[in-house]
Design a protein around this ligand. Sequence first.
Ligand code: MG
Length: 354
Amino acid sequence: MSDDRTEGFALHCPVPRDGYTTIQMAHGGGGRVMRRLIEDFFLPAFGASPSDDPPHDAALVELPKGRLAMTTDTFVVSPLFFPGGDIGRLAVFGTVNDLAMAGATPVALSAGFILEEGLPLETLERVVASMRRAADEVGVRVVTGDTKVVDRGKGDGVFINTAGIGVVAPRVDIAPRRASPGDAVLVSGDLGRHGIAVLSVREGLAFDTELASDCASLAGLVEALLEADTDVHCLRDLTRGGLAAALCEIAEGAGVGIELEEASIPISAPVSGACELLGLDPLYVANEGRLVAFVPARTAQRTLEIMRAHKAAPEPAVIGTVTKEHAGVVQLRNPLGAERIVDLLSGEQMPRIC
Ligand code: MG
């Protein structure tokens, strides 16, 4: 939280709106207009009530028993609004999902906004309302935040940083080092929707079927897996770099091999068509509501059933196994039996998709 109280906020009561319509640099660095922005938009949007305490430099959060998990992520997606989501939804779910991947129940978020001078307030209002809806869906609160304004042309509308804290229940241990030979590798749904949805708007591409981002919270799904005692060893959300990047990191980190069956990896026809057109490999395309799970072979079927019953896992599948051989290497077997190595890309396949 900034030392400058007029730039930061911790929940307190709202005041009536002033008569401005865009973000203004002249007043941006602190002062009355910035204060109004915080009081008119952020505080009411994130659920401040008149009974809340007056503004303070930090929010106090009560925590249940357990270990604290903490994460942060910055969102610079372009465009701000895309089929299936927007930067606000992404900023909430992105951080919530990273907490969930550690087996944590999300408790509270912070939100830092970098606003470009000239940004219509209506746009900011839409983004903030969307964040609130997303937070409500998860049952998490945005309890503190910060705003900064930069000169026209020095930003791109809105950038958002969110940090989150969550609590990990006593016996939960979900981590890459637990991925073990014999584990089944599952994905929660079809891959590549987010990256292709954003890219299609950005490049003005039209497809026969509208492709929406998979942007969603995975917290409920993880909770269901934990409740069912599936002994999940490792979880990873398949964001930037897609399934390929996630699996390469885990294989290397755990010192195990991973063998994938290409035919069992769910990819929708529109995504595979778009990837072909754009020269992209769907295994590397970003998702914002899909995870990969490593579970012992004995709980693989049960995990699959729990996923099938959950709305956040639309098309779950067992896609491979963990091996002792080929430590650190991910291999993909095609339907004809030919194998190829899935490697990390040297560069970024798609910039500004999250
Ligand atoms: Mg992640």
